[in-house]
Write a protein that binds this ligand. Sequence first.
Ligand code: AMP
Ligand code: ZN
Ligand code: FE
Ligand code: FE
Length: 285
Amino acid sequence: MAEVDLHLHTTQSDGRLSPRELVALVAQRGLKVVAITDHDITDGLEAAYEAASEHPQLTLIPGVELSTDIPGNEIHMLGYYMDYKARSFQEALAQYREGRVGRAQEMVRRLSELGLPVEWERVKEFAGDGTIGRPHIAQALVERGYFQYPQEAFKEYLGRNGLAYAEREKMTPQEAVQLIVGHGGVAVIAHPAPLEGIDEILADLTQAGLQGMEVHYAEYYEPTRSRLAEAAERHGLLPCGGSDYHAFGTPGEHLPGELGPPMEVALRLGELAKANAVAASSRSA
Ligand code: AMP
Ligand code: ZN
Ligand code: FE
Ligand code: FE
């Protein structure tokens, strides 16, 4: 068990635990530092902070996970400690969330053409008032009995090369880094193992202000983590990570704190954020 988990989702995006429930779980599991990193939204943080105030041994870091596009693939960018209450930050997030709605509708339309109809209303219900995403469509497909587990729906239909996949407007990874750093946050590239030409990507993004990458990622086995640790070292990036817990309830799902970076990484993340906040406020002054 790790003491630090910097990658967790709640019902504000595609996780199945509310921010309160998630905080209760991580506290019960003895975690000391956690970040909530919902997709394109920070609305869960207020309730999470309220819940965290009941657990003095627990530090909650404000986070977000932004989806970005590169040719032929996507990159997820984690942001920590940014001034998420800033109007310009919230407006940017709202714009990308809007693109998700049309795209989810399009995927539901394609599924129905493919003989797997689900009700749009039901997908929206699963998403609730947070960020809608493919896992909510997968949930509706599972409920209708087409699949036993969400991953099966991804494999043939919802994945990037799936039959029902639809694109939406996304920012570039550089834009995501700039959005985060511009608001005094620390940008960390998420689950980078599948990326081809990782050194080139990391060199470009480090130029743009990237400061960390996920290494201690629960899904990755040791050889992958070693390879990523070396890449992080080459590019001077802080080796972050966590469980990417969604409470999907699928067999083998990694639980909060199953793997995460050491405490010194969490401390360093806080130091980087302080310096970035000073730099961002002197730019806007
Ligand atoms: P979206 O934000 O709508 O693009 O959906 C991305 C989310 O779908 C990820 O954060 C994962 O939670 C989930 N996801 C992506 N690929 C898979 C997969 N192959 N199996 C299960 N879940 C997946
Ligand atoms: Zn997710
Ligand atoms: Fe991700
Ligand atoms: Fe995630």
